[in-house]
Design a protein around this ligand. Sequence first.
Ligand code: AMP
Ligand code: TRP
Length: 334
Amino acid sequence: MARIFSGMAPSGFPTLGNYLGATRNWVKLQAQGDCIYCIVDQHAITNFQNPTELREKTRVMAAILLASGIDPEKHILFHQSAVPAHARLAWIFNCVARIGWLNRMTQFKDKAGKDREAVSTGLYVYPNLMAADIHAYHATLVPVGDDQRQHLELANDIAEKFNFDYGVKFFPRIEAMIPAETARIMSLRDGTKKMSKSDPSDQSRINLNDDSDTIALKIRRAKTDPEPLPADPSGLAGRPEATNLVTIYAAMTDQTPAAVLQNLAGAGFGAFKEKLADALIAHIAPIKTETERLLNDPAHIDSILQAGARRAAAIADPIVDEAERIVGFLPRGP
Ligand code: AMP
Ligand code: TRP
């Protein structure tokens, strides 16, 4: 069975973009391999986090994942900081990756903006820690959204250089799994911008904790164009907002966009938005209810994450021990 690894930052309540681009895929993949899912709290502090809020957001993320259908018994769900193997391997990777490689990371450029001198060094080496997350388990399949493609290429470059420098075949190649149809869910206000938690307008996104009325309202207000739905996807060319709504509806109803358009060709956006809102509410309302139930018992969530961390460490520790031996560190000892 393939070993599947992925990570998600504890950013509180995820958006529909996170859900369709990542979470839902994580749930489905449980049928295809042994899955290790990590809430990356160490990545989170590359930007300052209020400590109380970070704890809260980590639990919220765990609850959402459990409510969405992650099975913590058959698979592994844990928080990154609880397994020191990640940081140990990340240090080695800091010494393998080249500054020139990190300078090419577009996410760093986006996140750092103009004031590159003022961001944390952690933000800069963030992709090295991400590579360590994956390679600490010898995982080979990594489900992510499209925006993480470059980081996974870097993870392969790091593994290749490690193997070459030390003359070993220790770290395997990893493969990105990027869901094609829903790889990028766009803002409801601007179809050329990614739907994001950090967008200042709450109207631009659906949050997984939005109640039904809020979802209906946001969809009603979502930007569209005056044309009706076309008969096939070619009629969506140059219509980013229409494309996005069709993509979301297709994902919610488990159809291809082509199948959606076949059924709804000629419909106006007024009627279509009502169907879309109903589909979203039917899908999201049960997840929200279960998440709230789980959050009533934070100690239970913590115990699930801690049990996951123990099982994760049992896999990662021997692999990282071996990586440290390969680079020439003396044994840690018992
Ligand atoms: P982030 O919220 O940026 O930490 O992303 C967490 C996961 O959700 C990553 O795998 C992203 O690629 C994915 N993701 C975030 N926003 C979107 C979006 N608008 N569409 C598709 N996937 C997304
Ligand atoms: N950087 C990823 C994101 O922004 C999260 C992440 C951290 C991750 N470590 C990972 C994803 C390892 C896949 C594998 O979404």
